[in-house]
Design a protein around this ligand. Structure first.
Ligand code: ARG
Length: 578
C-alpha cells in the first residue's frame, strides 16, 4: 500500500539522484483527498530536497526541479510527474492503487498502516503512561475524565506502534484530606452506606466534615490527630484508610470497565510517601537541598544559581509535598519498570509542576528526564448531568447511555440491536470521546450534550453509525466469496477517493504519535466516514453484476477495517449494529 508506492517512487528518485530509498521514503506524503479528488498522488516538497542536499539552494530551484522531473520516467506505478514551484507531484496508477491497498488489507488486516516504513522514525521501547489519577473521596471532575480518555488513547497508540506499554493510575490517596475523612467517618460514616455506594458515601462524608471543620475546632483537631496516627502507621487508622482505598479502587475498576479502560498498576501517592525521605536525603547529599529562612527545603532550578526559580520540596516541619512524592514516584518507576519514556496526562494547570519535576530529575543527574513528557489539556466548561455538576464518573457514563438510549428508541432502525443498553453505553462513550478529541488538547471547550450525541455531522455517533452500516452490508453478503476481485471496477471517483484516503493512514498515525494529539486520527476517520457514506449511497452492491459487487464489497470491507482499527486506537469500541 502506501509503503509500496513510496518505495517505487523512491527507487526511481534514487536512480537519478543517487543515495538510498530510505532518504526519500519519509519525505513522500499522500495528498489529502479534499485537494484532488480524482488522482491518487504523492508529493515531495522542494524544500525537503534542499534540506537533504539533493537540490542545491544556490541555483534556481524551479530549473533544478524541472530538470529532475524530466529525467523521472513514468512507468507502471507512476503515471505522471509534475513539477511546481514548491512541490513535485507523482500521480500513481489508479488500478494498481485499488489492487495494492485492498490486497494488503485483505491479507494483513490487523497491521494495515501500522508497519509502514515511515513509522520507523519513531523511537520504540517501553512507555509508561500515567493517567486518570483521581483523588479518593474528592470529585471526579471533567479533568479526570479527559485524563482518562486521553491517556487511554496514548497508551493504545503507543502499543499499536509496537511499544511495550505500562498503564499506571496514580491515585490521590494521601495527604491531609485523609485526616479529615477519617475524623468525618468516625462522626457520620456508615459501613452499610459504604458498601452500598462507596464513592458517593465517602464524598458526602468529606463534604460534610469540611463544612463542620470551618466552624468547629474539635473537628479540625480530630482531623490533625487522625492524620498524625496515619503518618505513624497506627493500626486502626491505617485499617480504615485501607478500607477506603480498596473499596474506591474496586469501584473505579468496575466503572473504568464500562469505559473500556484498564490499568496495569494502581499506585498512589501513599506508596511513594514512604520513599520521600530518601529523596530528600539524596538531594541533601548532592548538595541540591537548600533550607530557606522559613525553614522550608528548596531546590534551586535557576540557570545562574540565584534562586530566581526554585521548587519547594520540604515543609518547615520536615514533611514532604506533592512534588516530592512525584520525584520519589519517578525514581521508583524507573527502577521498577525500566521505562524508556514516561508520559503524564493532566490538565494544563499542572504544567509548571511537571516542568519543575523534570528539572529536579535533571539536576539530580538523571538524563532520562529528557524522555519524560507532560501532555497537558484544557478545561471543559459546563459538563453536567441530571444530578447537577459532575461529581462521579459513573454519572457521566450513565447520562451518555441514557440519552443515547432515548435517541435510539426514537429511530426505527435500532430495533435490531440485541443488547440495546450495552450498545447505547458504547455509543454514548464514543460520542464523549470524539467530541473531546476533535480539537487541540490544550484548548478549552464548552460541553453540550445535544451536539455531542448528534447522529449526523462530525460526532462519535456518526462514526459508529458508519461502521455499523458497513458491518451490516458485509454480513448481508458474507456468503459471497471475496478471494478475487477486479480492481478495474473501482476506478470511479468515489472509490478512488476512499482508496486515496486510506493511503494516508500511516501518516496520520505518525503525526498523532509525534504530537500525542488525537485530532489527526479523529479527523481522518471522520473524513473516511463521509467518503464511505457517499460511496455506499452511490455504489450499490445488491443488484450489481457479480464482479462489480465483489469489487465494491472489497472496498467496503477494507474501509471498515481501517475505520475499526482507528476507532480502537482512540478508545472507541466499534459496534456491530445500532
Ligand atoms: N491526583 C491529581 C489530581 O487530581 C493528579 C495526579 C497527576 N499525576 C502526578 N503524577 N502528579 O489533580
Amino acid at each position: 500500500m502506501a509503503s509500496f508506492f513510496r518505495r517505487s517512487i523512491s527507487s526511481e528518485l534514487v536512480r537519478i539522484c543517487g543515495g538510498s530509498e530510505d532518504v526519500f521514503i519519509p519525505l513522500l506524503s499522500a495528498v489529502p483527498v479534499s485537494k484532488r479528488q480524482l488522482t491518487p498522488d504523492f508529493r515531495l516538497t522542494v524544500i525537503s530536497l534542499v534540506q537533504n542536499g539533493i537540490l542545491s539552494s544556490g541555483e534556481d530551484l524551479l530549473c533544478q526541479t524541472e530538470r529532475l522531473v524530466k529525467q523521472l520516467k513514468v512507468n507502471s506505478v507512476i503515471e505522471d510527474v509534475t513539477a511546481g514551484r514548491s512541490v513535485i507531484t507523482f500521480r500513481v496508477n489508479k488500478q494498481l492503487l485499488a489492487q495494492r491497498v485492498l490486497s494488503e488489507l485483505h491479507e494483513d488486516p490487523q497491521t494495515f498502516g501500522l508497519k509502514s516504513e515511515i513509522l520507523r522514525a519513531l523511537p520504540r521501547g517501553r512507555t509508561l503512561v500515567e493517567y486518570s489519577s483521581p483523588n479518593i473521596a474528592k470529585k471526579f471532575h471533567a479533568g479526570h475524565l479527559r485524563s482518562t480518555i486521553i491517556g487511554h488513547f496514548i497508551s493504545n497508540l503507543k502499543q499499536a506502534l509496537g511499544n511495550d506499554v505500562i498503564r499506571v493510575n496514580y491515585l490521590g490517596d494521601w495527604g491531609m484530606q485523609f485526616g479529615l475523612l477519617g475524623a468525618g467517618f468516625q462522626r457520620f460514616g456508615s459501613q452499610e452506606k459504604l458498601k452500598e455506594n462507596a464513592l458517593q458515601h465517602l464524598f458526602e462524608v468529606y463534604v460534610q466534615v469540611n463544612r463542620e471543620a470551618e466552624h468547629d475546632v474539635s473537628v479540625r483537631s480530630d482531623a490533625t490527630e487522625f492524620y498524625r496516627r496515619l503518618e505513624q502507621h497506627e493500626e486502626k487508622a491505617v485499617l480504615l484508610w485501607k478500607q477506603f482505598r480498596e473499596i474506591t479502587v474496586q469501584e473505579y475498576k468496575r466503572i473504568y470497565q464500562r469505559l473500556g479502560v484498564h490499568f496495569d498498576h494502581y499506585s498512589g501517592e501513599s506508596f511513594y510517601q514512604s520513599k520521600t525521605q530518601e529523596v530528600l536525603n539524596d538531594l541533601w547529599t548532592l548538595g541540591l537541598l537548600k533550607t530557606t529562612e522559613k525553614g522550608t527545603g528548596v531546590v534551586d532550578l535557576s540557570e545562574q544559581g540565584d534562586m530566581s526559580s526554585y521548587s519547594t520540596v520540604m515543609r518547615s516541619d520536615g514533611t514532604s509535598l506533592y512534588i516530592t512524592r512525584d520525584v520519589a514516584a519517578a525514581l521508583d518507576r524507573k527502577k521498577t519498570f525500566g521505562f524508556d519514556e514516561m508520559i503524564y496526562v493532566t490538565d494544563k494547570s499542572q504544567s509548571v509542576h511537571f516542568q519543575q519535576l523534570f528539572q529536579i530529575l535533571r539536576v539530580m543527574g538523571h538524563h532520562w528526564a529528557s524522555r519524560c513528557v507532560h501532555v497537558p489539556f484544557g478545561l471543559v466548561k459546563g459538563m453536567s448531568t441530571r444530578r447537577g455538576d459532575v461529581v462521579f464518573l459513573e454519572d457521566v457514563i450513565d447520562e451518555a447511555r441514557n440519552r443515547m438510549m432515548h435517541n435510539m428508541n426514537q429511530s426505527k432502525t435500532s430495533k435490531v440491536v440485541c443488547d440495546p443498553e450495552q450498545t447505547a453505553n458504547q455509543i454514548g462513550i464514543s460520542a464523549l470521546i470524539i467530541q473531546d478529541f476533535k480539537g487541540p488538547l490544550t484548548a478549552d471547550y464548552a460541553f453540550d450534550w445535544e451536539r455531542v450525541l448528534q447522529a449526523q455531522g462530525d460526532t462519535g455517533v456518526f462514526l459508529q453509525y458508519t461502521h455499523a452500516r458497513l458491518r451490516s452490508l458485509l454480513r448481508t453478503h458474507r456468503d459471497e466469496t471475496l478471494t478475487h476481485f477486479d480492481a478495474s471496477h473501482l476506478q470511479d471517483h468515489r472509490s478512488i477517493s476512499v482508496l486515496q484516503h486510506l493511503l494516508r493512514y500511516d501518516e496520520v498515525l505518525l503525526q498523532s504519535a509525534l504530537e500525542l494529539q488525537p485530532r489527526y486520527l479523529v479527523n481522518f476517520l471522520l473524513t473516511l466516514s463521509h467518503l464511505v457514506s457517499s460511496a455506499h449511497r452511490h455504489l450499490p452492491v445488491k443488484g450489481s453484476a457479480t464482479d462489480l459487487a465483489q469489487a465494491r464489497l472489497r472496498l467496503f470491507a477494507g474501509a471498515c477495517l481501517v475505520l475499526a482499527s482507528g476507532m480502537k486506537i482512540l478508545g472507541v469500541s466499534p459496534v456491530e449494529k445500532m
